[in-house]
Design a protein. Structure first.
Length: 249
């Protein structure tokens, strides 16, 4: 097997292990518990209304926690390796830096994707099982998980690359998640086309048939796929270039 591939697999395994075993994983557990409480309370309060449940999944998980978790882990994965000096081993190994950067991205994407699977499942079943329609509408769960995983693919590379440009990435990340994606993304008019959430929710309008998201007036299915794919590839290329040339402390 190619030595670069072996090294990348090792880096992916090592990075994923750190993401799940370190104390920061408590954030994911806390989010899961919070989502369960909120969704269960909402379900028993309004008798498990289908449209309201889908709107909660949309606003709470797809439009907020997918970006938040990607930001939290995407802005810290490299910083932690710099802090504990493990990045030195990565940079001094006989492996192309772009391969190492790709390994970090895959590890981050898969790890946050697994976390979003837990969060989405927690929210879906906490709301729909008390309503008696949990397992009869697994299509909703599958659709939302695929959408959140798409969001994870895009957001993680954005924040990972941002690490190489901005020193205090966490502050910009908080602004981006809470203000740009959380506020601007829901404004009327074409300004929302400058947010990633616009294209993710546009995809949702084509795969979901209930809830406000199904009536979202956004971009076409193909246009959304093109924009998200091109954005991800472009930012990945920029990230590889920056990681290759950057002098780390």
């Amino acid at each position: 097997m190619n030595k670069d591939l072996v090294s990348m697999v090792s880096l992916i395994y090592y990075s994923m292990r750190k993401l799940f075993l370190r104390r920061r994983f408590v954030i994911c557990i806390g989010i899961v518990i919070f989502v369960i409480i909120v969704m269960f309370y909402a379900s028993i309060s309004i008798d498990g209304d289908l449209f309201f449940g889908i709107n909660l999944l949309d606003r709470l998980i797809l439009s907020f926690f997918a970006a938040l978790l990607s930001m939290i882990y995407g802005t810290t994965i490299l910083a932690e390796d710099i802090e504990d000096k493990s990045l030195v081993n990565v940079l001094t190994s006989p492996v192309h830096r772009c391969v190492s950067f790709l390994g970090y991205y895959i590890a981050l994407c898969v790890s946050v994707g697994i976390m979003m699977l837990l969060v989405t499942a927690a929210g879906f079943f906490a709301y729909f099982i008390p309503a008696g329609i949990g397992y009869r509408r697994l299509d909703i769960f599958i659709s939302f998980f695929l959408l959140t995983f798409m969001a994870t693919i895009v957001y993680t590379i954005f924040f990972l690359t941002l690490n190489l440009i901005i020193k205090r990435t966490i502050y910009f990340g908080l602004f981006y998640v809470f203000v740009w994606e959380g506020f601007v993304g829901f404004l009327p008019g074409r300004i929302r086309e400058l947010t990633l959430s616009h294209y993710i929710r546009s995809l949702g309008s084509h795969v979901l048939t209930e809830g406000d998201i199904s009536r979202y007036s956004g971009s076409s299915y193909l246009a959304s796929i093109y924009v998200l794919t091109i954005f991800t590839i472009l930012v990945l290329i920029i990230g590889c270039g920056l990681f290759w040339n950057k002098d780390f402390p």
